[in-house]
Write a protein that binds this ligand. Structure first.
Ligand code: FES
Length: 73
């Protein structure tokens, strides 16, 4: 699943980076997640946190972040 549409960052990329010990800021520097429109930030942070053992991920569906008629970045 693509989490960050602006930079085409998937949940797998976020999970892998978190499990390899990357901070959220390092993830942003490496892949640009949540550095453009910012709509993905809450979901990306929740995914990153849950991948580092921060509890279950509670992320709304992608449509909640990107309504079908939203302007692309
Ligand atoms: S969707 Fe991630 S910065 Fe826009």
């Amino acid at each position: 699943m693509i989490v960050c549409i602006c930079h085409r960052v998937s949940d797998r990329i976020i999970r892998d980076a978190a499990q390899q010990g990357a901070s959220f800021e390092e993830l942003q520097a490496m892949h640009g997640v949540a550095t453009r429109c910012g709509r993905c930030e809450s979901c990306a942070r929740a995914l990153w946190s849950s991948s580092r053992g921060g509890g279950p991920m509670t992320c709304p569906p992608m449509q909640a972040h990107h309504p079908p008629f939203a302007m692309p970045c």
